[in-house]
Design a protein around this ligand. Structure first.
Ligand code: SF4
Length: 343
């Protein structure tokens, strides 16, 4: 593979995309960018990364920031546990490492939210160590390069992929090859492989055996569950009822309006008199394996009753809070309706 690695390096130097996190590979910037890039396309991450670095330029600043503000800055990226982990991880680093990221795998693994891939990425890109950073892109490239036929989710396939990456990494500038493999997976060896443009095709088993687009083999996906929810926005004198999710579940720290399954009678949840004031467009959104349709309506309450688990917030307050993605779209409709009635 020596020749192919030489071509790969040349290709990477000519073709790599110009992202802000590539301008300066400090451990903190690598950590934040890699966490943002998990499950999110790089082009989407760019403005989030820039805003994050402007607001939280160091581990110390992040550790001191209120969690609500951290989640607010993350709003729209999804998978909010990543933002909560970065915040908790920063607090751990301040307490145990003087606000610096350590340079060993053992110590990095102790930091909340840093999994095997991010450990490898930080050691490789920031500390320039010979370390494997294996994400979905690298797994795809390596499965095809070496013709690995086992299902990607199996420990046998994972073990083989790790071994192949470790064997591939050269002693000289291993971090360049590591990042080049990731980039190749993102740009050329994509779901539909662009073998004719690939610098490694001469030695790629997948290409040479005509199996490139059959690899990697994967288990069938879990079924999508469809949910339908009624979302009554309860308003009194410019304030609205909202709830904040607590605990450790996927939505923890995010705000939502009251919601109920579509068949469930919900009116009794509010003790006062309600009058229908408006209907908003349906909202569809997806999280994990759920596809949810929300049916939002606006109700005027004659009195400002307290409801357990909920609080009253003005529209200006709502706009500053972190919302789940579906309810954020409803908030946008509410804001537009409000603007239309006040101008
Ligand atoms: Fe992927 Fe094709 Fe390149 Fe092989 S030759 S690494 S299958 S793009």
């Amino acid at each position: 593979m020596k020749m192919s690695l030489k071509f790969l390096k040349e290709w990477f130097e000519g073709e790599k995309r110009d992202f802000p996190w590539r301008k300066e590979h400090t451990p903190y910037r690598v950590w934040v960018s890699e966490v943002m890039l998990q499950q999110t396309r790089a082009s989407v991450v760019v403005p989030y990364f820039e805003r994050w670095m402007a607001r939280f330029p160091t581990v110390e600043v992040l550790a001191k920031a209120p969690l609500d503000e951290v989640i607010k800055l993350w709003e729209g990226l999804g998978y909010y546990s990543r933002a909560r982990s970065l915040h908790a991880g920063a607090q751990y680093l301040v307490e145990h490492h003087g606000g610096k990221l350590p340079d060993t795998a053992e110590e990095l693994r102790q930091v909340k939210g840093i999994g095997p891939y991010t450990v490898g990425a930080i050691l490789s890109f920031a500390f320039h160590k010979k370390a494997a950073a294996i994400d979905g892109n690298v797994s795809r490239v390596i499965s095809r390069l070496f013709g690995i036929e086992e299902e990607l989710e199996t420990s046998l396939a994972k073990g083989k992929i790790r071994q192949k990456v470790e064997e591939l990494l050269p002693d000289t500038e291993p971090w360049v090859i590591m990042e080049a493999l990731i980039e190749l997976g993102a740009q050329v060896c994509t779901r539909n492989p662009g073998c004719s443009l690939c610098p490694m095709r001469e030695e790629c088993v997948g290409y040479l055996t005509g199996k490139a687009d059959l690899l990697p083999r994967k288990k069938k996906r879990a079924k999508v569950t469809y949910l339908e929810r009624t979302v009554p926005l309860i308003c009194h004198d410019g304030a609205y009822l909202v709830q904040r999710h607590e605990g450790k579940e996927v939505m923890a720290g995010l705000y939502e309006f009251p919601y109920f399954s579509k068949e469930e009678p919900w009116e009794a949840f509010f003790p006062g008199l309600l009058t229908l004031a408006n209907r908003f467009p349906d909202v569809k959104h997806t999280f994990t394996r759920y596809q949810v349709t929300l049916y939002p309506t606006l109700w005027e309450a004659s009195t400002k009753e307290e409801v357990a688990g909920f609080s009253w917030k003005t529209l200006a307050e709502l706009l500053a809070l972190p919302f789940s993605s579906g309810h954020r779209q409803i908030l946008t409709h509410l804001k537009e309706a409000y603007a239309n009635t006040t101008h």
